[in-house]
Design a protein around this ligand. Sequence first.
Ligand code: ADP
Length: 202
Amino acid sequence: MMDLPQYTPRPMPSLDRIEVVVADITTLRVDAIVNAANESLLGGGGVDGAIHRAAGPGLLEHCKTLGGCTTGLAKLTPAFGLEKQGVKHIIHTVGPVWHGDEKQKLGYTLEDTLLASCYHQSLTLALEAGCQTIAFPNISTGIYGFPKTRAAKIAFGHVLGFLDKQEHPDKVTLCCFSDEDASIIQDAIDTREDWMMNRKRM
Ligand code: ADP
């Protein structure tokens, strides 16, 4: 009998693995939801508050045992009350508070590096945990004041770079809380050829 050639699935082009949606992130059915937390990991306002409310008190009890999280890093927890909709993990990452100078080129502020690190650390934890799907909020662009267009380029650019190298997660959702935020990210994606070659790779 003739041996069949081994079938190796070709990875999807990275750009097709990124989607932009407008939603409350706590309603998504993904393997991992990323939380834009603060260093205490003990809950806060914005998306952090919404995730804690949706996951229930078990999440806070668990987070109390973690000893906080340094800015730019990430920690993985169970999804508690969000498990009933199929979420397996919550990945808590701490974005930087923006103190930077917008005149600096993209990638050249400490805040840029720390924000890129949040995406990198979260995607690495998701990869290690075997997640196929993951959703990110627009980290640092709320209370932490990171300029939205700059953050959109870092988020998209870093996720794309990660997916170019890794076959998992299969799908990354950039979850925006308003149409305006989604159009900022979409614009960063549509104009990527203009700005990507001039940025510092992080
Ligand atoms: P940070 O402190 O990192 O700036 P915020 O929670 O203040 O975090 O804001 C981060 C982003 O999350 C903002 O774009 C905000 O509009 C958005 N956001 C707030 N609540 C939700 C939610 N329930 N789902 C998705 N995004 C949300």
